[in-house]
Design a protein around this ligand. Structure first.
Ligand code: CTP
Length: 407
């Protein structure tokens, strides 16, 4: 995977920097070219000579002391961004994470991070003391970097430089090389490549008053996994999601909404142009008829809340779609057989329904695994046992690919 690939390795000033010459050697052994960009404090922990020797390139640090490999390239901070196939930051310290997050450009590492072409993958391997890693500012900055498409490699647990044990160690260089190889693995040739896909995900919130709402436990994980996998297969993916705390998958356009009405409004903008619509959202079937402005006071012993039906987003897409547009839905039940899912396939005029019995332990809303029974319009039934939602998303898209009209 790494043969001939150009990798920028950003090294920051943490104790784990002493492992980076070995990391560079592994990249080189795998056939990659490596350009090291070190922060000033990184070179307090690891020698510039070691990194330059193993990478066979000068280590770049300061913007104004550019010594290009063999030439006098004063715009190398731009050309490197084009040269690179991947940008890896290991170890990434709290300070550099904050600088990258803020968009600062005060050394080669931070400038090249900004000039990197947006389609190039970035892998960040944070390594620091466990308390630092858990601090709200580091969590917030990492979440922001992840939201802009950077992949994060969880630190490993073990003995830390402070003598304490905990989460915070840089993963071993072998694991970093493996993760970069995976990141650069080409997506399988897929019939979804270039198609417009809309995925709805997460719960909706239906306002009762200014401070309360009706909702459900949907975490959005299944819908996000489907969106991520569709994007990996080359689709142009719009993810219309209710409120969830999940990172936007790389390459996916995310549209945040709250209520079912807002979800319909956002999704319907793509009804005419999408090739595939996947309704993975747990849309509230009803909403309070008359949400109150401000806060309802508890004046009475009882309270009645009148609910009215919400629009059926998937149903509206299916009803109005033109031939060739594919419609896929989920059916979540707390029991019962697949007869109900078959009925939903008919009633919502779907091409495929993914039936999912909720047990709240290994299947359902908030967990990372699920099990699905796929039923398509031709009556084919595919049972997918309990597995991670990412893997299920792949299998679901494999089945959907069989239903796509030939192009
Ligand atoms: N769905 C939707 N809009 C709604 C309700 C559901 O788009 N207002 C989609 C979901 O994203 C999912 C499928 O329809 O793909 C699930 O339907 P479900 O909520 O079970 O709808 P009903 O057919 O109303 O089922 P039930 O009778 O159990 O409420």
């Amino acid at each position: 995977m790494l043969t001939g690939k150009n990798i920028i390795l950003g090294v920051c000033g943490g104790i784990a920097a002493y492992k980076t010459p070995h990391l560079v050697r592994l990249f080189k052994k795998a056939g990659a070219n490596v350009q090291v960009l070190a922060t000033a404090s990184a070179l307090e922990f690891v020698s510039e000579l070691s990194l330059a020797t193993v990478s066979r390139r000068p280590v770049l640090r300061d913007l104004f002391e550019l010594e290009g490999p063999g030439d006098d390239d004063k715009t190398m901070h731009i050309t490197l961004g084009e040269w690179a196939d991947a940008f890896v930051i290991a170890p990434a310290t709290a300070n550099t994470i904050a600088r990258l997050c803020a968009g600062l450009c005060d050394d080669m590492l931070s400038v090249c991070f900004i000039t990197l072409r947006p389609d190039k993958p970035v892998l960040i391997a944070p390594a620091m003391d466990g308390h630092m890693y858990g601090s709200p500012s580091v969590r917030r900055n990492l979440a922001a970097l992840a939201a802009q498409g950077c992949r994060l490699l969880e630190p490993a647990s073990g003995e830390l430089a402070s003598g304490q044990c905990g989460l915070g160690r840089m993963p071993e260089p072998e694991a970093i090389v493996e993760a970069v190889g995976e990141m650069l693995r080409p997506a399988p040739a897929s019939p979804l490549n270039g198609l417009n896909v809309v995925v709805t995900a997460g719960p909706t919130r239906e306002k009762i008053d200014g401070v309360r709402f009706l909702s459900n436990y949907s975490s959005g994980k299944m819908g996000f996994a489907v969106a991520r996998e569709a994007a990996r297969r080359g689709a142009v993916v719009r993810l219309v999601t209710g409120p969830v705390s999940l990172v936007t998958p790389a390459g996916v356009e995310r549209i945040d909404v709250e209520s079912a009405a807002e979800m319909l409004e956002a999704a319907s903008r793509f009804f005419g142009t999408c090739d595939l619509f996947i309704g993975a959202a747990a849309v509230a079937d009803y909403r309070p008829e008359a949400p109150v402005q401000g806060k309802i006071k508890k004046d009475d012993a009882e309270m009645e809340l009148r609910l009215v039906r919400n629009p059926d987003i998937l149903g509206e897409f299916s009803a109005g779609r033109r031939p060739g547009q594919i419609s896929v839905g989920f059916a979540l039940e707390t029991g019962g057989g697949i007869g109900y899912a078959r009925e939903k396939l008919e009633r919502k005029r779907l091409d495929l329904v993914a039936f999912n019995v909720y047990d709240g332990v290994s299947t359902g809303f908030e967990v990372d695994t699920n099990a699905l029974t796929l039923i398509d319009r031709d009556g084919n039934v595919t049972e997918l046992p309990v597995m991670p939602k990412d893997a299920l998303a792949g299998q679901l898209l494999d089945s959907i690919e069989q239903l796509l009209p030939s192009r």
